[in-house]
Design a protein around this ligand. Structure first.
Ligand SMILES: [Zn+2]
Length: 427
């Protein structure tokens, strides 16, 4: 092959393979912004963040960080950088508009992971309902050309009335490579029967035998104490029946178990009895499907929700949940941001920002809320290469035009999102 031909082939290859992915190759330096790094550190003004091959290479004050020769330089003076947020309890799957039973396909998952990403949610820990296509996406995300939210998976939600069935389900999820085992100990406000204690204990034993943590859907304080006794690993919803007490706080602190409030899950159960305020928020509208909004505002649907006993019970539960977040945060219990978005009318991406606001309303400072959605969430889901802007971690972060450390509502000023150092495409 002549040199000319070789060059032409190479050039075509580069165009076809590199250009459409816009892979982050080489080094980018973001200069002059204020960095909120997701750790306990205070915001760092006039900083430099250097990204190489999709990961944080160095970060610090301008005077202390040298910019590698040949780096692309991006001036972010007057702006704020924060790690990409981690939704420690979300779902991706078959939702299509208000239909929960659409297609569980790579295409539908990619649409949802793109949506999360554009809102600055760069990782979703899906706690159940995950099928092979979700596992496949999880497996192929460890690369510097990634441009959508990262996904971790739990497989099927474990349920059943027979111990062997439960152990087999745990094994099947473990064999597929699940990151978590997810189950429920809840009676849905008395409408269903809770999983029996011997079955729950067999489930936790089997999961731990497979070296997997167990995330638990619960409602009642007593069940939260019980799951801690059994040694389960993650509280996937708020305690909503009673205020947390000293006994619970002592047990949860001793075991280092994280707590995921999912406050917006509660909101979604009753908020459509009226036209929700957020239906006029431009930050919601930029991604909203007008058809879905119209369906949620039909009079029959609204009055059904207004008259639903469950909706009213969950509305009361939200008040208990908010007080419990405040009490647990004051007791230094690790709280990971999580929303339970994904099912219909729980809007992926936007609801995470609503969750941040509710956590602040519950008494957390804006910086603590940010930590809970970044570094703390990463620890809680056991992922040490995301969640903070420290050397070696994936360069998943957002650039904002207003300071979220003074007002958490400023997370809505996200201008650009980067995943593995790649700018997330806008639609
Ligand atoms: Zn869930």
């Amino acid at each position: 092959m002549t040199i000319k031909k070789t060059l032409l082939v190479w050039f075509t290859f580069a165009l076809v393979c590199v250009n459409p992915v816009l892979a982050n190759e080489g080094t980018i330096a973001f200069i002059g912004g204020t960095i909120i790094d997701g750790t306990d550190a205070e915001p760092l003004p006039d900083s430099v963040l250097v990204v190489t091959d999709g990961r944080v290479r160095s970060v610090g004050p301008r005077a202390a960080v040298s910019i590698p020769e040949g780096a692309e330089v991006i001036d972010v003076s007057g702006k704020y950088l924060m790690p990409g947020m981690i939704n420690a309890h979300g779902h991706v799957g078959a939702t299509d508009g208000l239909d929960a039973n659409g297609e569980y396909s790579t295409e539908n998952l990619m649409r949802q992971l793109g949506l999360y990403a554009r809102y600055g949610i760069t990782t979703v820990n899906s706690l159940g309902g995950d099928e092979a296509a979700g596992f496949a996406l999880r497996n192929e995300q460890y690369r510097s050309s990634l441009q959508r939210a990262r996904l971790f998976v739990a497989g099927s939600v474990i349920a059943g009335a027979d111990e062997q069935v439960i152990r087999d389900q745990v094994n099947r999820n473990a064999d597929m490579g699940a990151n978590f085992i997810k189950t429920r100990i809840d009676d849905n406000l008395g409408a269903t029967q809770k999983m029996s204690r011997p079955l729950f204990e067999a489930l936790v034993e089997q999961a731990h035998m497979r070296r997997l943590p167990v995330a638990v859907h619960l409602f009642y304080l007593d069940d939260a104490k019980y799951m801690l006794e059994v040694g389960a690993d993650l509280i996937a919803h708020s305690i909503r029946d009673l205020p947390v007490d000293r006994e619970f706080i002592a047990a949860v602190a001793e075991q280092g178990v994280c707590y995921i409030p999912t406050l917006t899950r509660e909101v979604s159960t009753f908020v459509y009895e009226d036209v929700p305020e957020f239906f006029s928020d431009p930050y919601f509208l930029k991604e909203a499907d007008p058809q879905v909004m119209a369906q949620l505002q039909t009079p029959e649907r609204m009055s059904r929700m207004a008259n639903s006993r469950a909706a009213q019970a969950y509305k009361a539960g939200l008040e208990v949940a908010l007080a419990n977040v405040g009490a647990l945060h004051a007791a230094d219990i690790p709280i990971a941001m999580g929303t339970d978005t994904g099912p219909p009318a729980r809007f992926q991406g936007y609801f995470e920002h609503m969750e941040l606001q509710l956590m602040a309303d519950a008494g957390m400072s804006p910086l603590d809320v940010i930590r809970s959605a970044t570094g703390v969430a990463a620890d809680c889901i056991g992922m040490s290469d995301i969640g903070t802007l420290e050397p070696g971690r994936w360069a998943d972060f957002s650039i904002l035009t207003a300071n979220p450390a003074v007002d958490i509502a400023n997370t809505k000023t996200i201008e650009t999102v980067y995943i593995a150092g790649n700018r997330v495409p806008q639609p």
